[in-house]
Each structure stands twice: as C-alpha cells, then as structure tokens.
Design a protein around this ligand. Structure first.
Ligand SMILES: C[S@@+](CC[C@H](N)C(=O)[O-])C[C@H]1O[C@@H](n2cnc3c(N)ncnc32)[C@H](O)[C@@H]1O
Length: 232
C-alpha cells in the first residue's frame, strides 16, 4: 500500500471559478456566523459552485479519464501524446498501459486553467506514482507542436480545447493533432461543450470512424467525448 502522502496529487481545474466560489462561500459563512442571515442564499449558491467544481475536478474527471482510457485501445508498444497534460492525470494513466512505448505530454502549464500546475509538479506526480514506464514532457503550445508529422499512435487531450480561444486557433490545434498522428493512429478528445460540430471539423481534416458521445455533465456544462482515427 502506497503511503497517502506519496500518491500523485492532481490540481483542480477552472482555477478562477473554484477560488472565487470558495472565497465567497467562506466570507458568507463568516458573515452568517456574525449574525448577517441575509447571506444564506449567497452561501448556498457559492457553496454549490465550489463543491460542483471540486467534485467535477476529482470524482467526475476520474470517471471521464477511465472512459478516455477505454476508448484509447492502448497497446504496450504505443507512442502516445497527451496535449495539455497539466499535472499528468491522463499522461500517467496512459503510461501505465505502455511498457515498450512512451507516453509524451505537452503543456504551457497555465495556472489559471489548473492549480497547481507545472512541469516540476508533473514530474513529482510521476515519482509519487508507482508507474515506471517511460514518459517525456515538453513545454509546447497545442497550436504549434514540436513533433514531426506521423509520430504518434495515439493523441489524447482532456479539458484543453475550451482553453484555446478563437475558432481559428481551435482549428489549428485540431489540425496539429491530426498532423502528428500516424496512419491508423487514434485521436481521443474530451472537453466541456465538445459538441458534434467537431466531428465535421475532423471529417474535413481526413479522420475516419468519428464517434461523438456525451458523458456525465461536469463543471455545470455538458461534457463531450470524441474518438476518431487517421486512415491507413
Ligand atoms: C483544465 S487543465 C486539464 C489538464 C489535463 N488535461 C487533465 O485532464 O488534468 C487544461 C490544461 O491545458 C493547458 N493548456 C491551455 N492552453 C494550452 C495550449 N494552447 N497549449 C497547450 N496546453 C494548453 C493548461 O496549461 C492546462 O494545464
């Protein structure tokens, strides 16, 4: 049994939202304790917001990540890339299925998207995990991946596309994901608001076997999952 303190610690997503709801919740509890009963409604709403983000970032995300792994059809020799890997939750889960291949993660590690966040924090999580399969991490933007075309058997990305602002940048990021996929490679995307319209974008980028499904709602929004393949 791993000591609790030695397990990976994954950050919470949507930093400004959970910090805002948390601060308002604590402040309203203090005011209620001091006799201002008018703050009860604010405490209920902000508490709901805070715990909604907390549950989405922990139990909810863990559920989605299990679905990502199920849909990834991983084999031990896969060379996999996780885009926007943050603290490494998907990256390490993928790595645990790969023995002869490698699990690569890229991110620009923005703390406003996940907190804590950073490459050192990811490496610390790797050391805390019992996974000793190969991983590699690099600081890179999803819109300009530093990899040769046709490099990866699997590309995953969880909760990242919504952070890339503008339809054009989102399109460039998707094009980059497709570019680095090997023929027969698999793409598995999950995100808030990831609707069927992305299926049409991936069709224009040449992917086949495109499937969209809605999973559990997280962060007070519908949460979509897309699986597609690059034809041989
Ligand atoms: C909500 S977190 C999700 C992290 C991770 N995928 C997970 O499931 O725990 C979003 C991550 O996307 C990263 N990110 C945002 N925009 C990015 C971009 N243009 N290129 C690469 N990473 C990006 C953020 O730094 C952050 O680590």
């Amino acid at each position: 049994m791993i000591e609790r303190s030695k397990r990976p610690v994954f950050g919470l997503d949507g930093t400004i939202y959970w910090m805002f709801f948390g601060a308002v919740f604590v402040a309203s509890l203090v005011l209620i304790a001091l006799g201002s009963t008018g703050f009860v409604a604010i405490a209920v709403v902000s508490g709901g917001g805070f715990f909604g983000f907390l549950i989405s970032s922990t139990v909810g995300k863990q559920y989605v990540i299990r679905q990502i792994i199920d849909k990834s059809a991983l084999v031990g020799t896969d060379v996999a890339l996780d885009i926007g890997c943050g603290g490494g939750q998907v990256l390490l889960e993928v790595a645990s299925h790969i023995d002869a291949g490698i699990s690569v993660g890229v991110d620009i590690w923005r703390r406003r998207d996940q907190f804590p966040n950073g490459s050192a924090y990811l490496i610390d999580n790797y050391k805390r995990s019992q996974i000793r399969n190969k991983i590699a991490v690099a600081c890179a933007n999803a819109v300009s991946l530093p990899f040769a075309s046709s490099s990866f058997d699997l590309v995953t990305s969880n909760l990242v596309l919504h952070n890339i602002k503008g339809a054009e940048n989102k399109f460039i990021a998707l094009s980059e994901m497709v570019r680095v996929l090997k023929p027969d490679g698999r793409l598995v995307l999950a995100d808030v608001g990831l609707s069927r319209k992305y299926i049409f974008v991936l069709k224009t980028l040449g992917l086949s076997n495109r499937k969209h499904s809605w999973t559990v709602p997280l962060f007070f929004a519908p949460f979509g999952l897309i699986v597609a393949e690059r034809p041989a």
